[in-house]
Design a protein. Sequence first.
Length: 75
Amino acid sequence: MKTYFLVSLCVLLLTTSVLAQNGQKLVGVKKIYLGELGRSEAADLVREKIRLRLMKVERFSLVESAEKADAILTG
C-alpha cells in the first residue's frame, strides 16, 4: 500500500512539473502560423473557424509563413 501511494505521488509530481514547463513555453507565443489541417472541405472549414477565432483574440497575431512564427498549428 505504501509503494502504491509513493508511485502515485511521484506520477502526480512529474505530471505537474511537465504541465508547468509547457505553460511557460506557451507564454512566449505571440505569432502563430496556421498550417494545413487536412485536405477535405471539413478541414478547410475548421481551419477557417480557427483563423477567425485567433483573429478575435488580441493575444496572438497570425503570420503568413512558418519562419516568422513562434508556434505552428497543424492537424
